[in-house]
Design a protein around this ligand. Structure first.
Ligand code: 3PY
Ligand code: MG
Length: 260
């Protein structure tokens, strides 16, 4: 069975800035991805930072999502090095990189995601080529445009360096981690600092001014709507396990209310 060319238009569409609803996947079973891929979610972020994804799960998960015509990002640590280009070879649409706090962090991220002259990605896009619908030379010519380097802004230091991070060539966008940002801004006191809310408008505005993608994690739909109003277009709505637990609790409650 041939893969649909899910990478062909994805990054250009995301860059145009219409509302894009992704979600974090922490459960590494390709059957779970397959089920989620049949929903109206636009894409997935496989979580190798806090989730249970390993390389084999990314490999299987990208295939499961692709067969439903959906692209997948991978979140992996800034020091994951060559693993970043490896998941792109597996067909990931991009990398969402946590704790990008400095220009040096951003440059390191870009070096693994982009081919020269922007970065130093090594050639070997085994599954990325069929997922792009391009020939090998065609993929080389467009890969830097088709794969996304997204820098997470989730510390005070990142906030201080925001414009410089956004200005790094090859950084396609920023993505707010509201919980870590709150932990950082409050000195470890809270996951829900009021300072985060005021930083949100600033981050989205600076990203837009730089012509780059503004992304964020939203813990619930109301938060996602608020973020969209503030100018975020790339929103990771909740997580796979949250969807499962909330749907189960909602269904159980609906029965108990009536059948008690
Ligand atoms: C955060 O809120 O810190 C995140 O990383 C969201 O995934
Ligand atoms: Mg975080």
């Amino acid at each position: 069975m041939a893969f649909p060319a899910v990478l062909a238009d994805f990054a250009p569409t995301l860059r145009r800035g219409g509302l894009h609803l992704s979600t974090f996947c922490q459960l590494p079973d390709p059957n779970a991805i397959e089920a989620l891929a049949k929903t109206k979610l636009d894409s997935f972020i496989f979580d190798m930072q806090h989730g249970m994804f390993d390389e084999a799960a990314v490999l299987a998960g990208v295939a499961a999502a692709s067969l439903e015509g959906k692209p997948a990002f991978v979140r992996l640590p800034v020091d994951a090095g060559g693993l970043a280009s490896r998941v792109l070879d597996f067909g990931a649409a991009g990398v969402v990189c946590p704790m990008v706090n400095t220009v040096a962090d951003a440059e390191r991220l870009v070096s693994y995601i982009k081919f020269p002259p922007i970065g130093a990605r090594s050639w070997g896009p085994r599954r990325a080529i069929p997922l792009s619908g391009l020939s090998a030379p065609g993929y080389l010519a467009r890969a830097n445009e088709l794969t996304l380097a997204i820098a997470m802004i989730e510390t005070r230091q990142a906030l201080d360096n925001l414009d410089a991070i956004l200005a790094v060539p090859g950084v396609d966008g920023v993505f707010v981690g509201p919980s870590d940002l709150s932990v950082s801004l409050s000195g470890g006191a809270t996951l829900d600092s009021a300072e985060v809310a005021s930083a949100l408008d600033h981050i989205a505005a600076r990203a837009r001014t730089a012509g780059k993608i503004a992304g964020i994690f939203a813990i619930n739909p109301a938060y996602a709507v608020d973020c969209a109003t503030r100018g975020y277009s790339f929103i990771a709505l909740m997580q796979d396990a949250m969807f499962m637990q909330q749907a189960a609790d909602g269904a159980v409650a609906a029965v108990r209310e009536k059948a008690a």
